[in-house]
Design a protein around this ligand. Structure first.
Ligand SMILES: Nc1nc2c(c(=O)[nH]1)N[C@H]1C(S)=C(S)[C@@H](COP(=O)(O)OP(=O)(O)OC[C@H]3O[C@@H](n4cnc5c(=O)[nH]c(N)nc54)[C@H](O)[C@@H]3O)O[C@H]1N2
Ligand SMILES: Nc1nc2c(c(=O)[nH]1)N[C@H]1C(S)=C(S)[C@@H](COP(=O)(O)OP(=O)(O)OC[C@H]3O[C@@H](n4cnc5c(=O)[nH]c(N)nc54)[C@H](O)[C@@H]3O)O[C@H]1N2
Ligand SMILES: [Mo]
Length: 765
C-alpha cells in the first residue's frame, strides 16, 4: 500500500456507534455467512462456539451480545464467503503472490483444498490428502528427529494441541515453540519465580469486588474489548483505574457499551481511566519503584500518626521472602533516576501511589507493554512486588491479571505444548503411552530461528500461524527458510509464510472453530482455556467452508500415523472419531487440572484450573511469594549516550489480529488509509529535521554487522513521550534483531527497538 495516511484525532468513545458501523462494514465486505444476529445467538454462549479472537474470560451469565467489534471481525473473517481455490493458485505464481500485501493474501478467503508447491511451474497445485500425508510421513521418517520443528499458533484447541505435542515427543524431540514464546512467555518465566504459578490469579468475579485497577502496557479497546464490560461495571462503582501507557489509547479513556440503549442514544460514555500516565517505553520499572517509594513513605507516616499501616505487614511477614532487600533497593533509588527512566514527574507517581494505598482490593492488569522488553521479566516481577507490598494476591477482588493473546494460547501450554521438559509430566506420558520421551529441552521460537539460520533445521510443521511475519529478523529468516527441506502449514488462509517455500511445501487447509466438525461419532466439541484459567467447551455451528477441509485433530493424527511406528497405546483413529476420548487422555496426563473433564467442560463461565497462589500457597523454591529485585530501572536498552536513537514500539492497529490485517483503519487512533506510518511527537520530529507528514527511513541502531533499514514510513505527529515512537507490527519486523529479546524468556523486545529515523530525500525541514 503506497497510499498516504490520514490522521484526525479520534474523539469518540470505544464501543458505541463507531464499533457498530465497523462491524457492519466488515460483515458486508467479507460476505460473511453469519450476521450480528447470528453472533448474538451462538458467540461465546453456552452450547455455542467460543470466540476465536482474544483469550478474555467468558462470563457464566453472558450478555445478549457476548461479542465485541473485534471478535465479530475475526469471526466474519473466518466465515467469509470468499475462497482461495485451486483455480486461484493456477492463475498466480508464488513469485507474483510474494508481491501481494498481507491484507490482499488473506482477503482471498478460505483455503479449500490441500496443495503442494510445484517448483517447475512456481505454483501451488492440488494434492490428495492421502498423497500429502504419505509424502510428509516418508520425509519425516528420514530426518534426524532433533532437526524438525513443530510450531503452534495459539488458536488450536486443547484436543488438537495435546495430540500435536504427543506426536512431537513420539517423533523424538521437544521442539515445540509456540506463539506464546513471542508474547506471554515472559509471564510464564516471571510469575513462577515470584508466586509459583505461570498464570494469573484473577477470576472474572474478582472484578465485582475490586477497589482499584492498575493497568500497564495493554490496549483494551482493540485487543480485549470484552474486558471493557467489567471495567465499566467497576467504574460505575467509582473504582479508580490507573493506566500506564506511552500512548493515550482510546479504550482506556472512554467507552460506550453498544448493549446499553440509553448510553448508545445519549452517547454519554463511561470514563475508564481515572489517571493516565504516559510512561516512556521501557520506563515501567522506574515508575513502579517510584510508587513503591511513596508507599514506604506513606506507611511510615501512617504508623507515626497512629493510622492503619499502608503496607500489609502481617502478609509480608507470613507469606513473603526478600522484603528487606527490596525495601533497601527502593529507598536507595533516588527520584532523579526514577523520573529520568520513567519519563514521569514525581507528582504523577505520588498521585498513583496515594490512590493505590487507599484501596482494599487491587487488580493489576498487563500486556505486551511489559512482556516485550529486554527486562520484561523484571517488569512483571516489579508489578508483583507492588501487589505483595499490600497483600494483594490471594484474596477476593485482588491479584495479578496478565491479558493473554490468542484464544487458546494459555491452554496449549497447559496440555504440554512446551519446549521446556520441566513443565511437562514426561514420566506420566511415558507410562501412559509406553515410550521413552526425549528428555532434553527443545527449541523455543528464537532458538528455532537461530537453528534455521544455522541451517540445522530440516523441516518446519506449523499448526496455524504466520511464523515468518511474526518473528524478528525477517530478511535473513526469509532467505534461510529456502534451505529447509520441508514446510507443512496447517492453515485457514493464505499468508506470506506459505509463499516462502522450502524444498517441499504443503498447505493443509483446516476448519475454523465456528464450523461443524463432523467425525465418526457425530459433530465434535473442542475446548479451550481463557486468560483466567477457565476451561470452556466450543461447538461449531456453520457448514465448513469447503467439503475438502479436515479438522486439526484429524490432520495431526494422519501425519502422526504416516510418520511414526504404530503404538497400540496411542489410538489416533479412535481419538479422531470421538474427541471425548482425547479429553479422557488429557485428564489421565493432567489429573489435577482436568478432573472430570468431559463432565465439567460445559460449566457456565468455564471451570477454573487449580492455581495454588489463589489460596496463598506459594509453589516457589522458598515456599513463599518472592520479592524480586529488578536488574535495572529501565526495561529497555541503554540509550543515554545518543539522542538520535529512538525507542520504537511495534504494536497492533484496531484493524488486525496479529499478522491478519482486516483493513487499513486504526479508527481508535484516528489513523486511516495506510499502515506504513510512524507515530512520534512533534518535538522529536523537528529535532530530527523531518517535515510534517514527511516520509522517513528507519534504521536499526545496533552494531552487529547487519544493516536493517526500511523506508516509506509516513510520520504522524502524535501524543507520545519524548524519545518514544510507534509503528505497526508485522510491517516493522525486519527492523528487529533476533537477539533483541527479553533475558531468560527470549520474548522478542518488540516494544523498544533502537532506531534512527531520517527524512527521505526532499522530506526534511
Ligand atoms: N483485535 C485484536 N485482538 C487481539 C490481538 C490482535 O492483534 N487484534 N492480538 C492478540 C494477541 S496474540 C495478544 S498477545 C494481545 C496483545 O494485546 P496488547 O498486550 O494490548 O498488545 P499490543 O497491541 O502490542 O500493545 C500493547 C500496549 O502496550 C503499550 N506499550 C508499549 N510499550 C510500553 C511500555 O514500555 N510500557 C507501557 N506501560 N506500555 C507500553 C502500547 O502503547 C500498547 O497500548 O491481544 C490479543 N488480542
Ligand atoms: N514486532 C512485533 N512482532 C510480534 C508482536 C508484536 O507485538 N510486535 N506480537 C507477537 C505475538 S504477541 C504473537 S502471539 C505472534 C503471533 O504469531 P502467529 O500466531 O504465528 O500469527 P497469527 O497472525 O496469529 O497467525 C495467522 C494465521 O494463522 C492461520 N489461522 C488462523 N486461524 C486458524 C485456525 O483456527 N487454525 C489454523 N490451523 N490456522 C489458523 C491463518 O492461516 C492466518 O494466516 O506475533 C508476535 N510478533
Ligand atoms: Mo500474542
Amino acid at each position: 500500500m503506497n497510499d498516504r495516511a490520514r490522521y484526525k484525532p479520534y474523539d469518540q468513545p470505544t464501543g458505541g456507534w463507531g464499533s457498530v458501523k465497523s462491524l457492519v462494514k466488515h460483515s458486508t465486505r467479507q460476505g460473511a455467512v453469519t450476521s450480528a444476529a447470528g453472533l448474538m445467538r451462538d458467540h461465546n454462549k453456552p452450547g455455542g462456539y467460543m470466540c476465536t479472537s482474544c483469550a478474555w474470560a467468558k462470563p457464566a451469565k453472558p450478555h445478549t451480545a457476548e461479542f465485541c467489534e473485534n471478535g465479530a471481525k475475526a469471526t466474519f473473517w473466518d466465515l467469509t464467503s470468499k475462497r482461495t481455490t485451486p483455480e486461484f493458485f493456477s492463475r498466480h505464481t508464488v513469485t507474483e503472490l510474494l508481491t501481494w500485501s498481507d491484507y490482499d493474501l488473506e482477503n482471498e478467503g478460505r483455503l479449500t483444498h490441500p496443495m503442494r508447491y510445484d517448483p517447475a511451474t512456481d505454483k501451488y497445485v492440488t494434492v490428495t490428502w492421502e498423497d500429502a500425508f504419505a509424502d510428509i510421513g516418508a520425509k519425516l521418517q528420514f530426518y534426524e528427529p532433533k532437526s524438525v520443528v513443530f510450531y503452534t499458533s495459539g488458536r488450536a484447541s486443547l484436543e488438537a494441541s495435546y495430540m500435536y505435542q504427543l506426536m512431537a515427543r513420539l517423533y523424538g524431540n521437544n521442539n515445540l515453540p509456540d506463539s506464546s514464546n513471542m508474547c506471554h512467555e515472559t509471564t510464564s518465566v516471571a510469575l513462577p519465580e515470584s508466586i509459583g504459578t505461570p498464570v494469573g490469579t484473577v477470576l472474572l468475579d474478582d472484578f465485582d469486588d475490586t477497589d482499584c485497577i492498575l493497568s500497564f502496557g495493554q490496549n483494551v479497546g482493540t485487543n480485549a474489548p470484552r474486558l471493557l464490560h467489567p471495567l465499566q461495571q467497576a467504574r460505575k462503582r467509582n473504582v479508580p483505574i490507573i493506566v500506564f501507557n506511552p500512548l493515550r489509547e482510546r479504550g482506556w479513556e472512554e467507552f460506550v457499551n453498544p448493549q446499553d440503549p440509553v448510553q448508545m442514544l445519549s452517547n454519554s460514555p463511561t470514563r475508564i481511566a481515572t489517571q493516565y500516565h504516559q510512561v516512556r517505553a521501557g520506563g515501567d520499572i522506574a515508575a513502579m519503584v517510584g510508587i513503591a517509594k511513596v508507599l514506604f513513605a506513606l506507611d511510615e507516616e501512617a504508623r507515626g500518626s497512629g493510622q492503619p499501616p499502608v503496607l500489609d505487614h502481617a502478609f509480608i511477614a507470613e507469606h513473603t521472602h526478600g522484603f528487606d532487600a527490596f525495601r533497601e533497593m527502593v529507598l536507595g533509588t533516588d527520584w532523579t533516576e526514577i523520573t529520568k527512566a520513567s519519563g514521569l514527574p514525581r507528582k504523577a507517581l505520588e498521585t498513583a501511589a496515594r490512590t493505590y494505598a487507599k484501596a482494599q482490593s487491587v487488580i493489576a492488569i498487563y500486556g505486551m507493554g511489559l512482556t516485550q522488553h529486554k527486562l520484561g521479566i523484571d517488569n512483571v516481577q516489579m508489578l508483583v512486588n507492588l501487589l505483595l507490598m499490600r497483600g494483594q494476591i490471594g484474596k477476593p477482588g485482588a491479584g495479578i491479571c496478565p491479558i493473554r493473546g490468542h484464544s487458546n494460547v494459555q491452554g496449549q501450554r497447559t496440555v504440554g505444548i512446551s519446549e521446556k521438559t520441566s513443565l511437562v509430566p514426561l514420566d506420566r506420558m511415558a507410562e501412559q503411552y509406553g515410550f521413552e520421551p526425549p528428555r532434553e529441552d527443545g527449541m523455543n521460537t528464537v532458538e528455532a530461528c537461530e537453528a534455521i539460520i544455522a541451517e540445522n533445521v530440516s523441516a518446519f510443521i506449523g499448526l496455524g500461524g504466520n511464523f515468518l511475519r511474526a518473528i524478528p529478523e525477517r530478511e535473513l529468516m526469509e532467505r534461510k527458510w529456502r534451505r529447509l527441506d520441508l514446510g507443512v502449514h496447517i492453515a485457514t488462509k493464505l499468508n506470506r509464510t506459505h509463499l516462502v517455500t522450502a524444498r517441499s511445501t504443503f498447505l493443509l487447509p483446516t476448519l475454523v472453530r465456528s464450523e461443524i466438525d463432523e467425525q465418526a461419532t457425530g459433530p465434535q466439541i473442542v475446548t479451550m482455556e481463557d486468560s483466567t484459567t477457565c476451561i470452556h467447551a466450543s461447538r461449531g455451528k456453520f457448514t465448513p467452508a469447503s467439503a475438502h477441509l479436515l479438522s486439526e485433530p484429524r490432520i495431526v493424527a494422519e501425519i502422526a500415523k504416516a510418520a511414526l511406528a504404530p503404538n497400540p497405546k496411542v489410538p489416533w483413529d479412535e481419538w479422531v472419531g470421538n474427541y471425548a476420548l482425547i479429553r479422557d487422555a488429557i485428564e489421565a496426563t493432567f489429573p489435577d487440572d482436568f478432573r472430570d473433564f468431559n463432565k465439567r467442560m460445559d460449566v457456565p463461565g468455564g471451570f477454573p484450573r487449580h492455581v495454588a497462589a489463589r489460596d496463598r500457597k506459594w509453589e516457589t523454591e522458598t515456599g513463599k511469594a518472592n520479592f524480586k529485585l529488578p536488574k535495572g530501572l529501565s526495561a529497555s536498552f541503554d540509550d543515554d549516550a545518543d539522542e538520535t536513537v529512538m525507542r520504537l514500539i511495534t504494536l497492533r492497529s484496531n484493524d488486525q489480529f496479529n499478522t491478519t490485517v482486516y483493513g487499513y483503519d486504526d479508527r481508535l487512533r484516528g489513523i486511516h488509509g495506510s499502515r506504513m506510518i510512524v507515530m512520534m511527537n512533534k518535538d522529536d520530529r523537528e529535532r530530527l529535521g523531518i517535515r510534517k507528514d514527511g516520509m522517513v527511513r528507519m534504521t536499526t541502531a545496533v552494531n552487529d554487522g547487519i544493516t536493517r533499514s526500511m523506508e516509506g514510513f509516513q510520520v504522524i505527529d502524535y501524543n507520545l513521550p519524548a524519545g518514544t515512537c510507534a509503528a505497526y507490527f508485522p510491517e516493522c519486523n525486519a527492523l528487529i534483531p533476533l537477539w533483541h529479546h527479553a533475558e531468560e524468556s527470549k520474548t522478542p523486545s518488540a516494544k523498544s527497538v533502537p532506531v534512527r529515523i531520517q527524512p527521505q530525500a526532499g522530506q526534511g525541514l
